[in-house]
Write a protein that binds this ligand. Sequence first.
Ligand code: ZN
Length: 206
Amino acid sequence: MDTDPRSTLIAAADYFYNRGWMLGTAGNLSARTKDGSFWITASGRNKGHLSFGDFVRIASDGTVLHKPDLETRPSAETTIHQVIYSLFPDAGSCYHVHSIEANLVSRFTDGDALALPPLEMLKGLEVWQENPKVSVPLFANHFEVPQIADEIRERFQDVLPPVNVLLIRDHGVTVWGSSAETTRNYLEIVEYIFQYMVAARKTGIG
Ligand SMILES: [Zn+2]
């Protein structure tokens, strides 16, 4: 993204907030610019009322390049965005939300991957197979976020995820894509699939 992505991120946060996916101060959104730095939501800001002063600009090495004032800090989960951008050079945006469905489905397995049902909607995550068997990588939640980021880096360095989605148990879901629009589409698709999985359990078919 060449231009300032903050208005796009504000619109996305507003939409996700209204869907109940990033209530209060929960979740964080970022977008990378041409020079390799990225803008990310500041820590502790309500996601339904963001403005340009609620973002911090971070260099690829984690250095803060811009913040609106001395008190403003980048999201506590900035290290996860940093890892995603370093692992995936084509990633232009990274969105992380704390939806109810993401938390519920993260308890559907004790393992480190969550199998998704073979829904047509998977095409929206670039899965082009008949009856696809796709599992989303599932990570443990840690109080120290850099530990989560380290585990993501270690695992993805060995095995790339099948879709641009990762789940943190009892915490939330993270998606990334080449553009803000693609990333938003991915998040909507994965939330649909998670909602389907919760509904399927309720009806006894999942
Ligand atoms: Zn989070």
